[in-house]
Design a protein around this ligand. Sequence first.
Ligand code: UT7
Length: 331
Amino acid sequence: MAPKAAITAVGGYVPEYRLTNKILETMVDTSDEWIISRTGIEERRILKGEGLGTSFMGLKAIDELLQKRGIKGAEIDAVVFCTTTGDMPVAANAAYVCSEIGADHAFGFDLQAACSGFLYGLFTGSQYIETGKFKKVLVVGADKMSSIIDYQDRTTCIIFGDGAGAVLLEPNEEGLGLQDSILRSDGSGREFLYIKAGGSMYPASEESVAKREHFVHQEGQQVFKFAVTNMAEVSARIMERNNLKADDVAFLVPHQANKRIIDATAKRMGIGPEKVMLNIHRYGNTTNGTLPLCLWDYEKQLKKGDNLIFSAFGGGFTWGSIYLSWAYDPA
Ligand code: UT7
């Protein structure tokens, strides 16, 4: 039997600085009450410091992971670095990370699928394990969203934050690990969530900077409608096709974009709030960071054999769900 790809360690990192709703009230026309009732967010973390990019946070998460697992970076075979905010437009974070941790026989690449990046990355990394070709694959989800957010735009600046998480994938012969996945995309959604300039269609120019076109633009209501429907639908479908009842699911691991989207997904799956990983109130939407940061926060509550349903929706549009059996007990 081919091995399954199991998560065998988790690491995480969030910057120290807390951007609270109260502080945002002094920056844009908003209120703590509005933000909490519409999104569930109370504060987010922001990475401060000249010249620090996404790899800085990713490396912190990886360092913690390697320490917990008791292995050296040299043992890593591949790095999938999921991010929408690479350190630079060219020169992949993954290559830099491989060198920094001493993974000298590894290969690595960055994966960009907006808020579904880590979900796609978890699937992609798993394939390298399932083929038997590789034994230790790092999947990192990290974003410095503060680098692409317009702090004059109240419809986006209240949502996003910075953070990073990482998981290690290894072969499992007991049948634990990734069981099933549904990954989807729909390019008609790109008119509702995008950064207009800085790519090949509209390269950076003085005009693009003046028009603030290097920041995230989101039609919130439109994205909300698609997110609510699609995240709930794939999560319910992956349960159905694996004959999982609500009692069989230990936790939903949902992308943290809006608490109302998470609640709707859990409701559709028929699971109660006690089975929903939630940290949006503390970190906001960290894009590629949300899923691994959920695992980081809930790791101590997870037991070997627990069934987890991951679910995400993001720009593109991209979305999907993964069913994974947890492979270890708390230390
Ligand atoms: O992670 C990637 C995928 N992204 C998502 O899943 C995000 C999906 N969208 C959302 O989560 C929500 O649409 C938002 C949180 C972005 C916005 O919430 P909403 O309930 O859809 O608000 P809305 O856009 O319908 O705006 C309602 C009102 C508007 O005022 P009027 O037109 O009713 O007078 C907005 O101008 O709230 C106003 N508003 C605000 N008021 C206070 C918008 N942003 C704010 C704000 N503070 N920050």
